[in-house]
Design a protein. Structure first.
Length: 229
């Protein structure tokens, strides 16, 4: 098992290196760990003043430019006063059945290590995911600080791999009847495992409620269908 995770960590780090060099599939030419923050600030609300000049990936329907391809635009699924859900660029070119979304706070929050991380983001992400996937297939994922390319908290909405639940048995896991204390449960699990940095995955618990999984590497790479090819 340890050799497996060492290999996975190496692969993940190489993958992240590629993301830094070619961020979000070529959306921008320069490496930038604040691309998602920029989208949150300037692209999700087309009513903002000077929207077309400030947003580098505008909503396609706004028609800021003739370029409306998937990789050059932002697709907003939903938003409220606290969070926004958008299509991840990994959906571009994929079959309609493939789902990969992102839910982000509108407030500046870096990630799993940020003490201001909001508990409410999990319920918002779950509600959004249920509109696109059956509940038993949903995985909500936040990557560890050392396995992410962006410094704005974002929850991935993806599908579990078929074998994922069996593999959870070898991981640090907890359960909850609701989604209001996921961060607390994850932090306690990480402390028990002496993990200064960790990723979090949330899925349904077969006996009811929700399962919280903590990993040292990207839980999305371990347990989910995060790309279509």
């Amino acid at each position: 098992m340890m050799q497996k995770y060492v290999r996975l960590m190496t692969i993940c780090r190489l993958w992240l290196a590629c993301i830094f060099l070619f961020p979000l599939g070529g959306l921008y030419a320069m490496p930038n760990s604040d691309i998602l923050l920029d989208i949150v600030r300037h692209c999700v609300d087309p009513k903002l003043e000077n929207y077309c000049t400030r947003c580098r990936a505008p909503i396609a329907e706004v028609a800021c430019t003739p370029e409306t391809s998937c990789k050059k635009t932002t697709e907003v699924w939903s938003s409220n006063t606290e969070y926004v859900a958008i299509r991840d660029i990994k959906m571009c070119g994929c079959p309609a059945s493939f789902v990969h979304g992102l839910v982000m706070p509108l407030q500046v929050i870096t990630g799993v290590e940020d003490p201001l991380r909001p508990e409410g983001i999990w319920q918002y992400a779950w509600d959004e995911a249920t509109l696109r996937m059956e509940a038993e297939a949903i995985a909500l994922v936040v990557n560890p600080q050392n396995f992410r390319s962006q410094n704005q908290l974002h929850v991935h909405l993806v599908r579990l791999k078929p074998q994922a639940r069996a593999e959870f048995k070898s991981m640090a896991t907890g359960t909850s009847s609701n989604l209001l204390n996921v961060w607390k449960i994850a932090a306690e699990l990480a402390k028990q495992q002496n993990l200064p940095d960790y990723g979090v995955l949330v899925s349904t618990e077969e006996s009811g409620g929700f399962k919280v999984v903590v990993t040292t590497v990207s839980p999305g790479h371990l347990f989910t269908q995060y790309v279509c090819r």
